[in-house]
Write a protein that binds this ligand. Structure first.
Ligand code: ATP
Ligand code: MG
Length: 566
């Protein structure tokens, strides 16, 4: 946990360091040991013999002293010449996820939204629409365009699995590369970080964080060069919000009677055909099947995700069969809460329809993978397929299960920062259905135990890896796994998973041991979790666990400093 705010310490760098060290109750030797520096270095800094320490040295000292963000910023600023005093360099722009397919249609949407983004008054733009309509796809395209064409920094924050505004703040900080930050520090740190350069942050799937409006408002008022592009199924209702309702792809009335050449240019049909041809490259569009293809697209409300889910079935079915099944299948008319907007019902029903066409083994694999929140490795997949028993599903079996789901567009190969490790991912609407099916089947706790086991194993492997020669690779691997760590820790907190096979100590151990592996920018999230987990311990266990968490944190502070230096 952060200590009291110590931002008020003033004077030269050396004087500040000395005061902070004494407040923390460390001798120079102790501070030097924890920060991984020589005693001579600490002493020279305090006496002012070294006036311009390297930024990493200051960060190591901040970590060793467990200083809150504003105090770190103040110490960093006093260690730099005035021109370097703002923390812009601290901001690392996170690469936008790659789109593996071309954007189809959307010319008018792109044109309008580009104009909005060029308007200084539009600082909060929310792309609204049902699941699967293409909000994320469009937001990424816009953000990439802005990043390529202007001096604007662009960052992408995936919020699909986050429900708590504090964790959302941590995720934003992580995506911006802001280190050691707590939720309340975020607006001021973002202001410093954005100073002098425009910044666009894409907040993806904000509808999950229902109480995020104050956070968004704070961010916008703190940093005037900041703009937010939000994707959400519901408006935020924040002052200044500009809502853009994204509809389905174009599918003109009368498409059913168009010639094949004209029909193939209609965006919804084009998307459907492209996905059909992924599995059946020579699929023709003819005067005979054109009206049926157009009717399928209409039946699916021209929703991109629904089109993508239905298309692979043309490998097994004729177009007529597919249309008949879509029209007759009770699922399409019955599934989903009746009060959902019509397009959301179509979407839910289409995922349900795809699910019910799977074999029983495929259904089991599909819903178990729904326990994995973001991108995941094949080893993580094998772990949730196994559940608490462990080690019966090898990665070959998991790969086969994944391949079958990929064939049906229920799973995607994700782009990844680590070329040697393929990652997989479900689109959020699909994952939400899989997660619901997992709970309905009574398998959620078991899958979560598999995930916790996987994360604990990964954390200890990463602890080694991060201080070895493959440091950079491990750092990316841990970053790619952060959603899984968050979810495993969340599962550990849940009352249903807890009593069965996990000790409370084991749960704190996950956050504590993985403390070594959390990249520096993610320590805010880790700290929050450690604190929440420790709060759940009985009093007697709590004090000894706090002590060992603190020791681990100190130890990891110096090791992680080496391993996560940018
Ligand atoms: N214009 C488009 N061209 C090509 N593919 C598209 C287009 N729009 C969406 N898609 C594809 O459709 C699928 C669903 O899109 P996306 O994930 O953007 O939906 P979403 O509205 O963000 O859904 P959710 O609310 O569940 O997050 C993705 O595979 C995406 O690549
Ligand atoms: Mg989305």
């Amino acid at each position: 946990m952060n200590g009291p705010m110590r931002v008020g310490v003033t004077g030269s760098f050396g004087a500040q360091l000395k005061a902070l060290r004494e407040t923390a109750g460390f001798t120079q030797e102790e501070l030097a040991t924890i920060a991984g520096l020589s005693v001579h270095a600490v002493s020279a800094l305090e006496r002012g013999e070294r006036r311009r320490p390297h930024v990493e040295t200051v960060r190591a000292l901040c970590a060793a002293l467990d200083l809150p963000g504003p105090t770190c910023d103040a110490l960093l600023a006093s260690a730099r010449a005035p021109a370097d005093a703002n923390a812009v360099e601290e901001l690392s722009t996170v690469a936008l996820p790659l789109a593996l397919t071309a954007l189809l249609g959307r010319d008018t949407d792109m044109q309008t939204l580009r104009q909005w983004l060029a308007d200084p008054a539009a600082r909060l733009i929310t792309l609204l629409g049902p699941g699967g309509v293409g909000k994320t796809r469009l937001a990424l395209e816009l953000a990439r365009g802005i990043g390529d064409e202007s001096a604007t920094r662009v960052a992408f924050v995936r919020l699909a699995t986050i429900r708590d505004p504090q964790l959302a703040a941590c995720a934003i900080a992580e995506a911006l590369g802001l280190a050691d930050i707590s939720a309340s520090d975020l607006p001021s740190r973002v202001r410093v970080a954005c100073a002098g350069r425009p910044m666009l942050i894409v907040l993806d799937n904000l509808e999950q964080v229902v109480d995020a409006a104050p956070l968004v408002a704070d961010l916008l008022t703190s940093a005037t060069t900041l703009r937010l592009l939000v994707t959400s199924r519901a408006p935020l209702r924040v002052r200044g919000e500009r809502e853009y309702a994204l509809g389905p792809l174009a599918l003109e009335a009368g498409s059913e009677t168009m010639s094949p050449a004209d029909l193939a240019r209609v965006p919804a049909v084009r998307l459907f055909l492209e996905r059909v041809r992924d599995v059946q490259p020579d699929f023709p569009l003819t005067p005979a099947n054109g009206p049926i293809v157009a009717a399928i697209c209409r039946r699916l409300d021209a929703l991109p995700l629904a089109l993508e889910l239905a298309a692979p079935w043309l490998k097994m079915l004729t177009a007529e069969d597919l249309l008949r099944r879509l029209e007759e299948d009770v699922l399409l008319s019955m599934v989903g809460p009746r009060d959902l907007p019509a397009r959301q019902q179509t979407m839910n029903a289409t995922v349900a329809w795809s699910y019910h066409l799977l074999t029983q083994d495929e259904q089991r694999a599909f819903r178990r993978l729904g326990a994995l929140p973001g991108r995941f490795s094949i080893e993580a997949a094998a772990a949730v397929l196994d559940g608490h028993e462990g080690a019966s599903t090898g990665s070959d079996d998991a790969l086969q299960a994944a391949a079958r789901l990929i064939d049906k567009s229920l799973l995607l190969r994700a782009d990844t920062s680590v070329a040697s490790q393929p990652l997989y991912q479900m689109l959020e609407t699909v994952r939400a259905y899989a997660a619901l099916a997992l709970t309905t089947a009574g398998e959620r706790d078991d899958a979560m135990e598999g995930l916790v086991r996987h994360c604990t194993g990964e954390a200890s492997l990463a602890a080694e890896g991060l201080v070895g020669p493959q440091q950079a690779r491990w750092l990316e691997r841990v970053r790619d796994d952060l959603d899984n760590y968050r979810c495993a820790l969340g599962g550990s907190l849940s009352a249903t998973v807890r009593p069965k096979r996990q000790t409370s100590r084991g749960r704190c151990g996950l956050s504590g041991s993985s403390a070594v592996t959390w990249p520096k920018a993610a320590r805010g999230t880790r700290r929050l979790w450690t604190c929440r987990l420790c709060r759940r311990l009985p009093n007697r266990e709590r004090s000894s666990e706090r002590l060992s968490c603190a020791t681990r944190r100190r130890n990891s502070g110096s090791r992680a400093r080496v391993s996560t230096a940018p």
